[in-house]
Design a protein around this ligand. Structure first.
Ligand SMILES: [Fe+2]
Length: 314
């Protein structure tokens, strides 16, 4: 009797488990390409895209599912898996990385490219890399230096600062095994399978071409989604004034008056813009309005004094 009830319990558990959506399914699957194979022509050819997505990426997914077949990892998200990848065998590291990296890669490419950067993201690129062109140059340098196969990343790191890094094979900044950890928002595949059919060994040519199909809108969205807004981020006129003020006043505090002499007019213009542009509701108070008015007046006066002084023959 006891044996029969045990068998019944086992059978019931099996039936219930088999109704679970993940039963018998592989936990990871190949995401569809968000555009046609030939949509990135002439920069990335259709045949490369077809093989890259349908064969290489598919192989990472298939092999990841195979490598995890006998583990209890089915309910862990890919991101969580990567964050503790040191606990898994090399096959999981390579294939989980391959799946994550390529899924991001397809999203940050788009036919014809686009340049829709948010103001905040653009400002971060200006401040941290000296602008988008300089960022591209530095990422290309890192990609050319990557020996063998790997990736180059733009990621959000500590204190929400952006950084460029490069990882070998299918590693990425999410993994606990890499030196520079962060959240990747732009990834460049520098495996030969990404470019060899069209560019053969000319990695530099592939790197300069790929910037024509970057989906900056998506990269920028990821930045906005993952970096909390600063107190003054909705007040670009204040940030613009502060930037010029810090570049002119800080040197003058150390005895170098040249930046102030050369940019007093710019400083006065930024103060005027601060006064005339809308103030965000959180700061729209009479004492702040009054202070800005005074600041604009004083900056104008300072500019006049500097100009007068510059005309002096000594
Ligand atoms: Fe690849």
């Amino acid at each position: 009797m006891m044996k029969k009830s045990k068998q019944l319990l086992f059978a019931l558990t099996f039936i219930l488990f088999s109704f679970h959506p993940s039963f018998g399914q592989s936990p990871y699957s190949l995401p569809p390409l968000p555009y046609a194979f030939n949509a990135l022509e002439p920069y990335i050819d259709a045949e490369t895209m077809q093989i890259h997505h349908g064969k290489h990426h598919q192989a990472y997914v298939t092999n990841l599912n195979k490598a995890l077949q006998n583990s209890e990892t089915t309910s862990v998200s890919l991101e969580d898996l990567l964050k503790q990848i040191s606990k898994y065998p090399e096959a999981v590291r390579n294939n989980a990385g391959g799946h994550y990296n390529h899924s991001l890669f397809w999203r940050i490419l788009t036919p014809g490219g686009n340049t829709q950067l948010s103001e905040r993201f653009k400002r971060a690129l200006d401040q941290q890399f000296g602008g988008i062109d300089s960022l591209k140059m530095r990422m290309n340098e890192a990609a050319l230096k990557r020996f063998g196969s790997g990736w180059v990343w733009l990621s959000i790191g500590k204190n929400n600062q952006l950084f460029i890094s490069s990882t070998p094979n299918q590693d990425n900044p999410f993994m606990d095994v890499v030196e520079e950890k962060g959240l990747p928002i732009l990834g460049m595949d520098v495996w030969e399978h990404a470019y060899y059919l069209k560019y053969q060994n000319r990695r530099a040519d592939y790197l300069s071409a790929i910037w024509n199909v970057i989906n900056w809108n998506e990269v920028s969205l990821q930045y906005e989604k993952n970096v909390p807004k600063g107190k003054f981020d909705d007040w670009p006129a204040l940030l613009a004034f502060h930037k010029v003020m810090s570049q002119t006043f800080h040197p003058s505090e150390e005895g170098n008056l040249e930046p102030l002499k050369q940019r007093s007019h710019e400083l006065a213009e930024k103060a005027k813009a601060l006064q005339t542009n809308p103030i965000p509701p959180a700061f729209n108070r009479s004492e702040i309005i009054e202070t800005i008015k005074q600041l604009s007046k004083d900056s104008k006066k300072l500019d006049q004094l500097v100009k007068m002084n510059n005309r002096m023959p000594f």
